[in-house]
Write a protein that binds this ligand. Structure first.
Ligand code: NAG
Ligand code: NAG
Ligand code: NAG
Length: 458
């Protein structure tokens, strides 16, 4: 009787979650804000009543950055002069390249909330306050009792980036029998946790009520926990992941926490996750940022709007606004100001491709060897070489060459929308402009990662 009732409640919840997921994902696929989300006012934010602390997080108006008077879109050389400057100081943060040393297997440092800087504590208080001092021993994942129920964090995060093959990589990782399948993109840490929708749009009551609280997010581990009950030996084997492609870069509410700070955000999502999971495994797949932004543009904008000329105009506008921003803010600050600089509600998310800025912020808090960074270009031609490395990185049982080949044979997931191939490549002048724009940040990235392939010169 009891079990039946739980089952029924579970199904209802699942349906709500599924509806919400499909609905908001549809909005993300469309790439523009639903009308009601754009015009929603303070009263519409029901979560604020239960999460008072977050109510001051949103200002009702986000001042955008106005483009300059420069309208001659052929004066392309001067447009990227700012990012092409040699030795441009993109960042001013120390990078942690160290390896973490821990004693036994599944060892985790103890949580000590009183040692957290107040500014950081504020960013994740409801989460931090629900955490135990130590996680339970014997589990591969970080597991603990939350209100009496066993929950586990994802063992790994596939952090990004959008349009860089995360869906395909995710589908191959989750073919490993010890990785329990879960919905790929809860977009919890960077968005839903803060009351934003999955697509990062204006605060949404629905999105928050379904998955906004920690218990909602942590229940992603429920199926795995069921397995632990049936087969206790699985505790040291099974894991889940989180493949939200926003986690790496999206900190779009930072200025509501910190004000318009020259240096950019004081803390980013990396800092928050690091408090909860200092030993998380982090995977990032990158791609030539020039191709990434075009793919992103084609994917997220309505099909009747996209064209090579339109793309060119949009790129020029974004670079122009970025330059305007650089007059009053650092390169890092402007990169994190994507919400103000992008051409919303249409997308030309150039700043997502300034990888070095984000990589440096994650390296600042996580030891170098907890991040596995790879390129889509290599993944495309070498799944059979790279997938075993990923499994190794996740401490998963080795698979035979034959099994790996079978995993890799499965068709590429989530390519571009059908029909867009007809539009063809971007204009040569747009490509040149973007190559100039990304040249210096790519150089920075290749230095950070110690590998010239991140110059994307070939
Ligand atoms: C472009 O940059 C050069 C060198 O900084 C400058 O002399 C020139 O006036 C600029 N052109 C325009 C149209 O701003
Ligand atoms: C926790 O951090 C505070 C402040 O840094 C420190 O004084 C305290 O000794 C720490 N507690 C433990 C148990 O390490
Ligand atoms: C594929 O990846 C493996 C593992 O990193 C590497 O040893 C091999 O050289 C790669 N092959 C190609 C063709 O890049």
């Amino acid at each position: 009787m009891h079990i039946k009732r739980q089952l029924a409640a579970g199904i209802v919840l699942l349906n709500i979650a599924l509806f919400s997921y499909v609905y908001y994902n549809a909005q993300e696929q469309k790439g523009y804000a639903p009308v009601n989300a754009q015009t929603s006012n303070e009263k519409d934010r029901g979560y604020a009543k239960t999460e008072n602390e977050y109510s001051q997080t949103f200002s009702s108006k986000r001042p955008g950055i106005q483009p300059s008077k420069m309208k001659n879109t052929d004066d392309l050389h001067n447009l990227t002069a700012n990012t092409r400057k040699e030795g441009i100081e993109i960042h001013n943060i120390d990078v942690q390249q160290k390896t973490r040393v821990g004693p036994a297997e599944f060892w985790r440092p103890e949580l000590n909330l009183s040692s957290l800087p107040p500014g950081l504590y504020k960013r994740g208080k409801p989460v931090f306050d629900s955490l135990p001092k130590t996680y339970l021993p014997g589990y591969k994942s970080a597991c603990w009792k939350l209100k009496g129920e066993l929950k586990c964090w994802p063992y790994f995060y596939l952090l990004g980036m959008p349009k860089c093959g995360t869906t395909d990589l995710w589908s191959k990782i989750t073919m490993h029998p010890d990785v329990k399948y879960t919905v790929k993109e809860p977009h919890w840490w960077a968005r839903v946790r803060l009351g934003l929708t999955l697509a990062g749009l204006r605060p949404s009551k629905k999105a928050f009520l379904v998955t906004g609280n920690l218990a909602g997010y942590a229940s992603r581990s429920n199926e795995m926990v069921q397995q632990f009950k049936l087969h206790p030996s699985m505790k040291s084997r099974l894991i889940i992941g989180d493949g939200s492609a926003s986690t790496f870069w999206d900190n779009s509410l930072w200025d509501t926490w910190d004000g318009k700070r020259y240096e950019g955000p004081e803390y980013v999502t990396a800092d928050v996750i690091n408090v909860a999971q200092p030993d998380a495994k982090l995977i990032v797949i990158l791609r030539n940022p020039v191709d990434r932004v075009y793919s992103d543009y084609l994917y997220f904008n309505p099909i009747h709007i996209v064209s090579v000329d339109h793309f060119h105009t949009m790129v020029v506008e974004v670079i122009d606004r970025f330059n305007t921003c650089l007059q009053t803010m650092s390169f890092r600050g402007c990169t994190y100001s994507i919400k103000q600089i992008d051409n919303q509600p249409l997308h030309t998310r150039l700043l997502v491709g300034l990888y070095a800025v984000y990589v440096r912020d994650w390296f600042r808090v996580y030891p170098r060897d907890q991040l596995k960074i790879m390129r889509l270009e290599d993944w495309h031609i070498n799944c059979t070489g790279l997938l075993p490395e990923v499994f190794d990185f996740l401490n998963l049982e080795k698979k035979s060459g034959k099994t790996i080949a079978q995993f890799c044979e499965k068709k590429l997931q989530n390519g571009n929308k059908v029909g867009l191939h007809a539009i063809g490549d971007m204009l040569p002048k747009t490509r040149k402009l973007l190559e100039d724009f990304y040249e210096s940040p790519n150089k920075e990235l290749s230095l950070l990662l110690g590998d010239d392939k991140y110059l994307w010169r070939t």
